[in-house]
Design a binder for this molecule. Structure first.
Ligand code: SAM
Length: 441
């Protein structure tokens, strides 16, 4: 088949392509990535089981009478043999949808309001996205940098098999199950369980086995034993009250908690992908851990939360560290928390230089505590502060670093990259105006 990079479809000069990717005829590889471009048509993703919906609650006598009246009324005005009056009086119907071809056969089962299901399709979140194949193939060539193996005191865990650089994407995972919290809250447990079991049953075999393999406890109901200790919450959809969903990511679910994490996750709503990235360099043989609790939560609170919500006593190296190590980390985190709040206040009140100085202090504490942020995110925020402070030189410098950082990061979701590109364009436009005004070169 013809290469998508024929003469007419040359990639623009910019290494990452212009950002209006939708209008690009073909995909341009990002620098540093082996550019194997997909030349087959995009994977067409759809829901491929008839949706199973919960029957709405039976109508009350009054509702039935009102409906009969309305139908009689409608028949009178619009009547005719083909006319079928609308019977849609139900307040909420959750349906089960499954797509077995989602992400090259990974599959997904969704239990949610049907509007969510149609929006996911129409917004293109189910499709692989322009960067998916390039990154997926690059990752395949490089191989996974981890294995799933037993870890003392924690069951299974994820262990690095090679050196992982800071800011590398270690794992990409997709939801095997996505369940609206509205469904979980409003459905009788036995009906909910039946629907969840069906959702798992409809998944492609490989993913179904992975999901079933997550059950460790002896709980009476297997779906609870699978979902309870293994799911995350993610936000999808437009309706404010319906955005929170429970997502089960069967590979990422093997990542244990660490109070001093070396990795964190980022969920892309528009690509329905969870990316796990390192924020420090990781050595082969080291366990990959994420914090299940916001990082600045004080130690006692953190341990109590893990006990009450996750039902385990944390055995991570920090929890087993010396009193001095523990005290030092507590101090660093308290300082980070205070600084973050003060930086936000300073930014809101226009004290940009103070916010810049404090951001640097904050970074220092985060680094001392071995939990530094993703570089590109930090550079984004500094670029914004310098720009507001009308320091064009530093704004340009950090905006470029942020943009380069997002390119290197190589997310399947180019939203941050687009934002960084737009910001850099804005900063450079101002530079241009200044040059024109002052006549400098
Ligand atoms: C999301 S799962 C992680 C994978 C799990 N270890 C396995 O074997 O599939 C969460 C469960 O792992 C165990 N776990 C995770 N982090 C732990 C830690 N820091 N200390 C002790 N147990 C931990 C707990 O049993 C927890 O409920």
């Amino acid at each position: 088949s013809p290469s998508p990079l024929n003469k007419k479809q040359q990639c623009p000069n910019h290494p990452a392509g212009r950002l209006e990717t939708a209008s690009l005829p073909a995909l341009c590889p990002l620098p540093g990535h082996i550019g194997i471009l997909p030349d087959e048509p995009a994977n067409v993703v759809s829901w491929d089981f008839p949706p199973k919906c919960l029957s709405p609650p039976p109508l009350t006598k009054e509702e039935k009478e009102a409906l009969a009246k309305k139908e009689a009324e409608e028949l009178k005005t619009k009547g005719g043999p083909e006319y079928l009056p609308s019977k849609d009086t139900s307040p909420r119907i959750d349906c089960l949808f499954t797509s077995t071809n989602f992400r090259n056969g990974h599959g997904i089962s969704l239990i949610a309001k049907s509007t969510i299901a149609s929006n996911l399709l129409s917004l293109g979140s189910m499709q692989d996205g322009p960067l998916f194949s390039v990154y997926a193939q690059n990752r395949e060539l490089k191989g996974k940098p981890y294995k799933i193996a037993p870890v003392e005191g924690k069951g299974l865990g994820v262990v690095a098999t090679r050196k992982i650089k800071r800011g590398e994407i270690i794992m990409t995972d997709y939801p095997a199950l996505l369940i609206g919290t509205g469904f979980l809250a409003n459905t009788k447990p036995h009906i909910g369980r039946r629907m969840l079991k069906q959702a798992i049953k409809q998944l492609p075999e490989g993913t179904r086995r992975k999901v079933e393999g997550l059950q460790r406890g002896q709980e009476r109901f297997e779906v609870e034993a699978i979902l309870g200790p293994n799911s995350n919450t993610v936000s999808i959809g437009e309706e404010p009250g319906e955005r929170v969903h429970v997502g089960l990511f069967a590979e990422a679910a093997r990542i244990n908690h660490g109070c001093r994490p070396n990795a964190h996750s980022r969920f892309s709503e528009r690509r329905l992908t969870l990316e796990i990235m390192s924020h420090v360099a990781i050595e082969p043989g080291e366990e990959i851990v994420m914090s299940y609790v916001p990082i600045t939560t004080p130690r006692d609170e953190r341990r109590a939360y893990l006990k009450s919500h996750w039902h385990f006593t944390c055995t991570c190296p920090l929890c087993q560290g010396t009193p001095e190590t523990i005290d030092e980390s507590e101090l660093f985190r308290r300082r980070q928390k205070d600084l973050k709040e003060t930086i936000e206040d300073a930014r809101k009140n226009g004290f940009y230089q103070d916010a810049i100085n404090m951001s640097r202090d904050w970074l220092q504490f985060a680094e001392w505590d071995s939990v530094p942020p993703l570089e590109a995110e930090f550079h984004d925020s500094l670029a914004d502060l310098y720009f507001r402070n009308e320091d064009q030189r530093n704004a340009t410098r950090y905006a470029r670093m942020a943009y380069d950082g997002w390119v290197r990061f190589g997310s399947v979701d180019d939203e941050k990259l687009e934002a960084a590109r737009e910001f850099l364009d804005r900063v450079e436009r101002v530079n241009e105006e200044v040059r024109e005004r002052t006549g400098s070169v």
